[in-house]
Design a protein. Structure first.
Length: 134
């Protein structure tokens, strides 16, 4: 499989806007969506970026790498030091590194990567052969 780079970039931009929008407009969204959409979209974004950087790698490998990255970032939130907390308290640092460890984020990452698998599987599936009508 070879991923289409322009489509991949467009999807990354879309996911980023949706993720930032879910945080900025949280008060306008249902509580469940406001609480969990950003984490799912973060993992989906990680999946898409890894797929962009590794266009020939299998969907399964991209998924494993995205889950590993998501887990590493979440576990890094257990480490508290002034230098990294300073980064986390910037807008970009908070979006990338998060602010604090939350168990439910791990489930959200699984859902986000699962969504990436579904999107990629649908987008790159082989068309079914057309059978002549007899």
């Amino acid at each position: 499989m070879l991923r289409n780079r322009p489509i991949q970039i467009a999807l990354i931009i879309l996911v980023a806007f949706l993720g930032i929008g879910s945080r900025r407009n949280a008060q306008s969204l249902p509580a469940f969506i406001a609480a969990y959409a950003g984490d799912k979209l973060w993992a989906l974004g990680a999946f898409l970026v890894i797929g962009l950087l590794m266009p020939r790698v299998s969907t399964l490998r991209v998924a494993v790498l995205a889950l590993a990255l998501s887990l590493a970032v979440e576990l890094s939130q257990l480490y508290q030091a002034p230098w990294i907390d300073g980064i986390r308290h910037t807008a970009l640092g908070g979006l990338i590194l998060g602010l604090g460890f939350v168990w439910s984020d791990l489930a959200c990452y699984g859902v986000g990567v699962g969504l990436g698998i579904c999107v990629e599987t649908f987008r790159y599936r082989e068309p079914k052969e057309r059978r002549p009508i007899s």
